[in-house]
Structure formats: structure tokens, C-alpha cells
Design a protein around this ligand. Structure first.
Ligand code: NDP
Length: 467
């Protein structure tokens, strides 16, 4: 029993993570439900094979790991994780540790954390897709700090590095790591949706070809929008279908898939009364995108919207500014949600550290996250939009967001995430809101009462009892 760590589930992510762990010099024992997958994995491990013990039963896996054991689960979230924990439990000894590295719902992680008995349990969010898992993901750990400390040297070694600093951080107790990963995914949804909306303005409003759009994204990737998602948007726009010679984007069906992590995030945000409208719009847009036939019927029925913008109505700089402002607003919402959860669950989530852990390895990595880490370190309690650096950036860029949303609305180009971002911005800079009308209505029909701005007595209106 010499392996320092074990891993169960040699699918896309598990196989990549196991190779990464072996490459960083740790002996690892692996097991997969389907034995042939284990054999293929071992056969393909090349130079790393001597660091890897491939086992063909759970017993063999457990026996191959040094005590106290640490075993990573990389299987689909939900029942497979519970089943795998149940199968492992009788084979483990007191103090052994199970690490769920899949995309668990943090409520499940809270439950598993409470149920571990004399085992240790970590819920660990891993971001970066297959390539990240293989060469350096962003890792968000949750569970007892003492458990994290036992494996943090491995997690730091395999994680992405930003200027030498590992993107692997303990976020807090129980489901804290999986919660932060869920918010990451929610932001990812919104970031992707806003890029898709701007792509739509360029494609349908400006008549740009995918190659021209690729050049725009490439240029933006040199400025404030520098990010992995901008970079790959340029690459996918430039790609050509080898089978037909058509731009790749033009042959891909416009119906988005999802595994549900974005939805969890917006549901949780609703529970916490911490609005994340850009993420809600992104989840909504994915759902509507899948109604392909219904959309086609709608297009045949309502042909009024021209979509094509008249020459000179909008320029590329305004679109760039729309994305800059949209991004700031989206992250303000995301960090607001993290703060609310931190208070609600007593987690003390480290906001600047979260921005730092997202700077490399993960899908939402970007230059702007570096500035966010600094702004949150100065003062994590304020809205990110109020940090001086981002306030200045927003003062300049919100005009681009406004122009984009306005022209998109006028010409029938859907831009729900950008529009919701603008609405959030405008609501959050309106000192006197219109909720006095809501309060009056509530009092009128339900005698719910209201506060007065002049401090005078009288918490009901002169409308008697109605409704
Ligand atoms: P895959 O489908 O590629 O692999 C799933 C693995 O889990 C396989 O090894 C499979 O074994 C095993 N498995 C499935 N069901 C069970 C079960 N009931 N009991 C035991 N083992 C089972 O998935 P991924 O690697 O993509 O994803 C794994 C986890 O990582 C998920 O939670 C996912 O959400 C998360 N994740 C994925 C990312 C990605 O980019 N793909 C990014 C970040 C997180 P078998 O060979 O026998 O089928």
C-alpha cells in the first residue's frame, strides 16, 4: 500500500486528473466501474505508468493506498456519488478521507459532510474542463480545514498557477467549495451568453462573417476583455468545418445544452434574495434556444423585426464596452451572491481569494479577475461596481451597454443578459426607486403597511380597507 492518493472514475475528468497527479510526482491508485476503461487508461499512461496503480476491484484500490487514505471521486453528481460512498464506506478505516471532485450540488455536500461519521469528507469544485484537469485546474475546496490541509500539497501541485501562485484554495466548511464552483459556473453561463449576444449583433445586425467576427474577438482579447472565453470565441469563429468548408459556427445547431449547475446557482440566489439577473437570463436563453421548432414558427409569424442595423447606428467599440460593462455587472452580482451565502451559511467565504483562484485554470479566467481580487481585498463588503477602478470603467462603458441594448431592442436582436445587466445597473444607481408604488399597492389590497420617508406616523394610506 504505497499510493499517496486514490481516484475513482476514469471518465473525461478523472483520467485527466489522475495523469496530472502522477505527473506531479504522486503515486496514485485508480479504479473505474467498467474495468476495460481502467485497462485502456493504464495502457495509455506512457511515461507516467510507473506512478499509477491500476486496480480492478474497490478492495484492491483501497488496499493500494497508504493510510490514512485519501480517495477522489470523479463520477457524475447525484446518486452515483452516494452509491460510491456507500460502497466504499465498509472498506475504509477511521480517518480515511473521501473527496468528491465532481460538480455536486452544495446541499448534497452539506448532507454528506454531516453524514461522514468517522471518515473525513471534502467537497471540491474543479474547473477548467478536461485540459484544465490534465494540466492545471482551478480548485475550490470545502470541508474541515484539517482535511483540506492533508491534501492541500497535492491540490496546489496539480492546480493552475497565476504568476506562481496556486489556484487551489480552501473556501470553508462543508459545501462551501461546491457552492463557489456553482457560482463560477453561473458566471460562466452569463459570460458566455453575453458573448453570444454580441456575436448575434455582429452576425445579424451588422452582417459580419464568422472570420470578421473572429478578428473582432481577437482584438478584444488584447484589451480589458482579455479572457479565455474571448480567446476561444475568436477560435471557434475562425474555425472551418473540414467536411464542408463552411465556417464551423454556421453548421452548429443553435440549441444550447446544460448540465444544471447554472440553474442551481440562480435558484439558490432566489432563496438568498441575492439577485443574479444576468445568470438568470443566461439560463433562460439556453432553455429557449432548445425550442427550435417553436422559434422557427415565431419567425414565420412575427416578421416585423428587421434585425439588420442601418449603417452607422452602432460601432464595434460600443459592443466592446457593452461586454466590459456587462461583465462588471455580472461579477458584481456573482460576488454579491457569494457574500449573501457566506452570511447565511456562516462560511466566511474569502472573496479576494475566490477572485484569485479563478485567475487561472478555470473557464472564466481573465485579466479583469486580477483587478477584482485587488478591489475585493480593499473592501469586500461593497458592491464590486463601487470599487473605484470598476466605477471608473463603468462610467465609461455603460454608454456602450446602453447603446447596444437600445439598438438591439429597436431592431429585434435578442440580448437578454446584456439587457438585464443594464437594468441592474440602472436600478442600482437610482436613489429614489419606484417601490413606493409597490408599497402603496400592497397596503391598498392587503393592509401590509409602509414606512414614510418623512418619519411621520401613519403607516397606512387613506384608502380604507379594500381587497
Ligand atoms: P464522464 O461521463 O466522462 O465520466 C464519468 C465517470 O464516472 C466514468 O468513469 C464512469 O464509469 C463513472 N461512473 C458513472 N456512473 C457511475 C456510478 N453509478 N458508479 C460509479 N462510477 C460511475 O464524466 P466527466 O468526467 O465529464 O465528469 C465527472 C464529474 O466532473 C461530473 O460531476 C462533472 O459534472 C464534473 N465536471 C466535469 C467537467 C467537464 O468539463 N467535463 C468540468 C468540471 C467538473 P464507467 O466507465 O463505468 O461508465
Amino acid at each position: 500500500s504505497t499510493a499517496e492518493i486514490g481516484l475513482i472514475g476514469l471518465g473525461t475528468m478523472g483520467a485527466a486528473l489522475a495523469l496530472n497527479i502522477a505527473e506531479k510526482g504522486f503515486d496514485i491508485a485508480v479504479w473505474n466501474r467498467t474495468g476495460s476503461v481502467t485497462k485502456e487508461f493504464a495502457a495509455g499512461a506512457g511515461d507516467l505508468a510507473d506512478k499509477i496503480t491500476a486496480t480492478d476491484s474497490l478492495e484492491d484500490l483501497v488496499n493500494a493506498i497508504a493510510k490514512p487514505r485519501s480517495i477522489i471521486l470523479m463520477v457524475p453528481a447525484g446518486k452515483p456519488v452516494d452509491d460510491q460512498i456507500a460502497a466504499l464506506r465498509p472498506l475504509l478505516d477511521k480517518g480515511d478521507m473521501i473527496i468528491d471532485a465532481g460538480n455536486a450540488n452544495f446541499h448534497d455536500t452539506n448532507r454528506r459532510d454531516a453524514d461522514t461519521g468517522d471518515l473525513a469528507f471534502l467537497g471540491m469544485g474543479v474547473s477548467g474542463g478536461e485540459d484544465g484537469a490534465r494540466h492545471g485546474p482551478s480548485i475550490m475546496g470545502g470541508g474541515p480545514k484539517s482535511a483540506w490541509d492533508r491534501v492541500s500539497h497535492i491540490m496546489e501541485a496539480i492546480s493552475a498557477k497565476h504568476e506562481g501562485i496556486p489556484c487551489a484554495t480552501w473556501m470553508g466548511e462543508a459545501g462551501a467549495g461546491h457552492f463557489v464552483k456553482a457560482v463560477h459556473n453561473g458566471i460562466e453561463y452569463a459570460d458566455m451568453q453575453m458573448i453570444a449576444e454580441v456575436y448575434g449583433v455582429m452576425r445579424d445586425g451588422m452582417g459580419k462573417t464568422p472570420a470578421e467576427i473572429a478578428a473582432v474577438f481577437d482584438r478584444w482579447n488584447e484589451g480589458p476583455l482579455q479572457s479565455y472565453l474571448t480567446e476561444i470565441s475568436a477560435k471557434v469563429s475562425a474555425a472551418v468545418d473540414p467536411a464542408t468548408g463552411t465556417p464551423m459556427l454556421d453548421v452548429i445547431l443553435d440549441a444550447a445544452g446544460q448540465k444544471g449547475t447554472g440553474r442551481w446557482t440562480v435558484i439558490e440566489a432566489q432563496h438568498l434574495a441575492a439577485p443574479v439577473p444576468a445568470m438568470e437570463a443566461a439560463v433562460m436563453a439556453r432553455n429557449l434556444s432548445s425550442r427550435v421548432a417553436e422559434r422557427a414558427a415565431g419567425e414565420a409569424l412575427f416578421s416585423a423585426a428587421p434585425r439588420m442595423l442601418p449603417e452607422g447606428v452602432m460601432n464595434i467599440d460600443e459592443l466592446e464596452n457593452a461586454l466590459i460593462a456587462g461583465k462588471i455587472v455580472c461579477y458584481a452580482q456573482g460576488f454579491g451572491l457569494i457574500s449573501a451565502a457566506s452570511d447565511e451559511f456562516g462560511w466566511k467565504l474569502p472573496l479576494p481569494e475566490i477572485a484569485k483562484v479563478w485567475r487561472a485554470g478555470c473557464i472564466i479566467r481573465s485579466t479583469m479577475l486580477n483587478d477584482m481580487a485587488e478591489a475585493l481585498a480593499e473592501d469586500g463588503s461593497r458592491n464590486l461596481m463601487h470599487a473605484p477602478y470598476f466605477a471608473e470603467l463603468l462610467k465609461d462603458s455603460h454608454w456602450g451597454l446602453r447603446a447596444t441594448v437600445a439598438e438591439a431592442a429597436r431592431y429585434g436582436l435578442p440580448a437578454p443578459a446584456l439587457a438585464s445587466g443594464l437594468a441592474y445597473f440602472d436600478m442600482m444607481r437610482t436613489g429614489r426607486s419606484t417601490a413606493n408604488m409597490i408599497q402603496a399597492q400592497r397596503d391598498f389590497f392587503g393592509a401590509h403597511g409602509f414606512d414614510r420617508i418623512d418619519g411621520h406616523d401613519g403607516h397606512h394610506g387613506p384608502w380604507g380597507s379594500h381587497g
